[in-house]
Design a binder for this molecule. Structure first.
Ligand code: ATP
Ligand code: MN
Length: 477
């Protein structure tokens, strides 16, 4: 007897006669109809139970959440809503559930409730759809880079450099927390720690990726990243996955082209390959929208939004132009922003980014040439001496999705910057070596994978697009 996935049974061109399928019961109604799902698709296959000829003990165990094996005839469906169904001949209960205590009942649960049940929430339509889209997006990320001549590099997760400067770090130590070795000054003596120095979880693989780009030409990382920032927002995780391409001989314009082409390409992959899941998520969004006030409802459906991004050019705007727009916009003049923009040099808050993207331009925006003062030390200084070749990509509903730059390739300029910031050159000796031996123009960016998944699925809280979210005060599972 051949075993099939639910997807194979539903997508089949013709009836397959006697088949076996295993999955979990979503619902069992009228003592006759099992909706069976095995995760291969958002859709369930209907298994019609032969009530008269099924053991009463088995019938009792056909409850939501139970794992079963069904053998029967794969036939064209009599009922509406599906092409095929199974006329069950034999049902084996592989793993019972308990209808009284199983948390995932066949009714609508709030996303908050399901977050507390992260080990079971993927058994719902919403989370299984999100996680299949997430998986497809990961594949698309690798496919894009592999087809375009990039090498995948694995940069370290434990880092010994504290100059990455992208956020607060989590310390990695093997010292006894209750009784750490002390120096003569009473400080913790990290010389006695595992690595003989202070180490942390990485906040970005960029600096190490640069070393590889300066030999392999085009590289990318795609791995876990950690930030101990205590920002309990719907767009920040303490552990997230970042995609960081780095390319030798590429300037900022090329970097913007790469980022735009990359994002469009992976979203197109999802449009082409995740139709059933997108349809479901789109309907979910329409339902969710109905609960919102009129003015907060989205004008486009999920697939329209994805097509819009794939089919239109991102708007490229310099920081200086953006400041002018913001300075003169209504919410700024009427003091509706929490942070009023009055001077060039101000750091943009997410309220400003969202105004530009959602109100002013109404499309993805690439902001470039930021003031040096508000950006990282490694970004290339422009000839004006006050801006750097940085770019951020801002997305509707999300805000910043990409942060990138052309890197400072001139040794003296980089050294001066490091000294101004009070960073010890010795910390970065290997990074500076790249500028000593065969330096060249190079650029890259970092894209937060979960923010991309947010956009692709139409979800609004980043905790709902990663299997087990890590946020302040929360590391269950
Ligand atoms: P933000 O201003 O949103 O905190 P950032 O300026 O700190 O972002 P970068 O250091 O440029 O971000 O990191 C590159 C990308 O990584 C960001 O554009 C974003 O997509 C993602 N990212 C940054 N911090 C987080 C986080 N805590 N959780 C999830 N994604 C993140
Ligand atoms: Mn941040």
């Amino acid at each position: 007897m051949k075993s099939y996935s639910v997807k194979e049974l539903l997508d089949s061109k013709n009836t397959l006669h006697e088949v076996t399928v295993k999955g979990w019961i979503r619902t069992f109604r009228s003592n006759r109809f099992i909706a069976l799902n095995d995760g291969s698709t958002i859709n369930n296959i209907q298994c019609v139970v032969d009530f008269e000829n099924t053991d009463e003990q088995v019938l009792k165990k056909l409850t939501t959440g139970a794992a079963i094996e069904v053998t029967g005839e794969h036939i064209e469906s009599q009922g509406k809503g599906q092409n095929f169904e199974i006329q069950a001949k034999k049902i084996v209960v592989l793993g019972e559930s308990n209808p009284e205590t199983y948390p995932i009942q066949p009714k609508k649960h709030s996303l908050e409730f399901l977050r507390e049940k992260a080990h079971l929430r993927v058994r719902t339509n919403t989370f299984s759809a999100i996680m299949r889209v997430r998986s497809a997006l990961s594949f698309a990320v690798h496919q894009y880079f592999q087809q375009n001549g990039f090498n995948y590099v694995n940069t370290p997760i434990i880092t010994g450099s504290d100059a990455e400067g992208a956020g607060e770090m989590f310390r990695v130590t093997a010292l006894d927390a209750k009784n750490p070795p002390k120096t003569e000054d009473g400080e913790i003596n990290y010389k006695e720690d595992f690595f003989g120095k202070e180490t942390n979880l990485t906040v970005s693989g960029q600096l190490e990726a640069e070393t590889y780009a300066m030999a392999l030409g085009k590289v990318y990382t795609f791995g876990p990243t950690f930030r101990a920032e205590n920002s309990n927002t719907s767009r920040h995780l303490a552990e997230f996955w970042m995609i960081e391409p780095e390319v030798a001989f590429l300037d900022l314009d090329g970097d913007m082209d790469l980022a735009e082409d990359f994002i469009k390409s992976v979203l197109k992959y999802v449009l082409d390959n995740c139709k059933d899941d997108l349809d479901f998520l789109e309907k979910r969004l329409i339902e969710e929208d109905k609960t919102k006030p009129q003015n907060e409802r989205s004008e486009m459906t999920l697939t329209e939004k994805l097509h819009f991004v794939v089919d239109n050019n991102f708007k490229r705007v310099s920081y200086t132009e953006a400041i002018e727009i913001l300075r003169n916009c209504k919410p700024n003049k009427k003091k509706k922003f929490n942070y009023i923009i009055d001077e060039w040099g101000a750091d943009l808050q997410s309220e400003h980014e969202r105004y530009l993207v959602e109100k002013h331009f109404n499309c993805p925006v690439i902001l470039f040439d930021y003031p040096a003062k508000i950006k990282a030390f490694y970004m290339r200084l422009n000839d004006d001496g006050k801006t750097v070749r940085a770019m951020d990509i801002l997305f509707p509903g999300i805000g910043e999705i990409v942060g990138g730059s052309q890197r400072e390739e001139r040794l003296e300029v980089l050294q001066q910057k490091i000294n101004e910031l009070g960073i010890d050159e010795k910390e970065l000796w290997w990074y500076l070596d790249l500028r000593r031996f065969g330096t060249a123009v190079h650029s890259g960016f970092g894209l937060g994978f979960e923010r991309l998944v947010l956009f692709a699925t139409g979800m609004t809280n980043i905790r709902d697009v990663i299997p087990f979210p890590r946020t302040p005060q929360s590391a269950e599972f």
